[in-house]
Design a protein around this ligand. Structure first.
Ligand code: C2E
Ligand code: CA
Ligand code: CA
Length: 403
């Protein structure tokens, strides 16, 4: 999408700051810019005109930035947000977390006074909201429609690359479930995972994902790619005694060595039968599967998990990675987690790598692998080989990678 097609709203009570931002946007090629001096005025603009990106100051008289963001989140205004502030970084980062918690797509934060480069970097992250976000909310898919989709084979894995940070080489892919809905197009997992988990029917999706992922991985390995495939497993599935054996059977049928499949688990309150879950996880490890602790650092994926399960990989939640370049607290948590992974001889993976600044920060750390939009978005299996031959040059990361 051209910058000239994107509709902006700049919210700042300070006339000089606001006009400076507007001038900067115009120089970058933006033409559609509305302005507001506080939250209430900004809401009026949003009511009367569609807006794609809001650049919002936080400290304003009248309705401040935080209240405005809450209103945007609650009213379902489908705009992405950039926070612009001169306040303390950890405070701005906290408002960033708040913004995401309201379901708003946060492009990032800028420190005043900002530079055209930083602004351009954040604008580059803008994506037109997907159909499922604008039209079909998660709850609108009833269980029987999801089950009919599963029975009709409408679910498939998309694959997101995981690359070695030191060499840039592809080391694996994560399979992320997508529903190719006949009426709504490609539907993301938020619209069906919870419903399936809540009804105890998530296993059927897991079987299909494992089977298709194993088939793709065997094919890529046959084509000369030395990679593994990671599949997400719901903890509720681990309560069933036959789970590990069933997975092993599926993978064997696809002729993939279990050493090339990693199962990602996130601890959750659903872990009711701890003994049974640990039995399944131990059995999977014995059979050769890799085990990854997903979303590490969030409430549920905790250090206690590490002491109970024989994990092989630690995936640091993207909230730490996304904010680490700008937020010292996040960076300290990230570095401490990476240190721990190293001492425990676990492969460390940083998720949510979106910018070159994230990438540079990780290069200076002990992190092993990186995954995120900067490297590649989740893609169809048939597109992976094409991605492999094109990714480094097109990203302009050759210098960062020392090539
Ligand atoms: P997850 O396992 O943490 O997967 C990573 C999510 O972050 C994916 O969203 C991915 O598309 C997104 N992502 C990747 N890179 C970036 C980035 O640079 N920036 C940002 N902002 N996001 C990035 P997706 O595909 O919507 O999946 C959401 C969640 O749904 C997954 O989170 C996982 O917990 C669950 N899920 C996906 N597939 C399955 C599945 O087959 N079975 C189960 N049980 N859960 C699944
Ligand atoms: Ca995952
Ligand atoms: Ca994750």
């Amino acid at each position: 999408m051209q910058l000239s097609e994107i509709r902006f709203l700049v919210v700042d009570d300070h006339d000089f700051q606001r006009s400076m931002l507007v001038r900067m946007l115009k120089r970058l090629g933006v033409v559609q810019i509305a302005e507001a001096a506080d939250g209430a005025a900004a809401l009026k603009v949003c009511d009367s005109t569609p807006i794609d990106i809001i650049i919002c100051d936080l400290d304003m008289p009248g309705m401040d930035g935080m209240a405005f963001i809450r209103h945007v989140g609650e009213s379902g205004i489908n705009a992405s947000m950039i926070l612009s502030s001169a306040l303390d970084r950890s405070l701005v980062a906290s408002v960033g977390t708040m913004t995401r918690a309201y379901g708003i797509h946060l492009l990032g934060t800028i420190e005043k006074p900002t530079t055209p480069e930083r602004l351009q970097e954040l604008l580059g992250l803008y994506r037109v909201p997907t159909a499922h976000k604008v039209g079909v909310a998660a709850s609108t898919f009833p269980l029987d429609e999801i089950c009919a989709g599963l029975a009709a084979g409408q679910f498939e894995p998309f694959f997101q690359p995981k690359v070695d940070i030191a060499s840039g080489q592809l080391k694996g892919v994560e399979a992320l479930a997508r529903w190719r809905h006949p009426g709504h197009g490609i539907i993301a997992p938020q619209s069906f995972i919870e419903t399936l988990e809540g009804s105890g029917l998530i296993d059927e999706l897991s079987w299909q994902m494992i089977e298709q992922s194993a088939r793709w991985c065997r094919e890529w390995r046959g084509a000369g790619l030395d990679i593994s495939v990671s599949v997400n497993i719901s903890l509720s599935s681990l309560n069933k005694a036959s789970f590990a054996d069933h997975i092993a059977g599926l993978v064997e049928r696809q002729k993939l060595d279990p050493h090339h499949m990693i199962l990602e688990v996130t601890e959750s309150t659903a872990m009711t039968n701890v003994g049974q879950a640990l039995e399944n996880l131990a059995r999977l490890r014995i059979k050769g599967f890799g085990l990854s602790i997903d979303d590490y650092g969030t409430g549920y994926s905790s250090m206690q998990q590490l002491t109970r399960v024989s994990f092989t990989e630690l995936k640091i939640d993207q909230s730490f990675v996304t904010d680490a370049a700008a937020n010292e607290t996040c960076r300290v948590v990230l570095e401490t987690s990476l240190d721990m992974a190293k001492k425990l001889r676990l492969c460390s993976v940083a998720e949510g790598v979106e910018t070159e600044a994230d990438w540079a920060m990780l290069q200076a750390s002990s992190c092993n692998l990186a995954q995120g939009y900067l490297i590649g978005r989740p893609m169809e299996g048939k597109d992976l080989l094409g991605w492999v031959s094109s990714w480094k040059p097109s990203l302009g990361l050759t210098q960062a990678l020392g090539q």
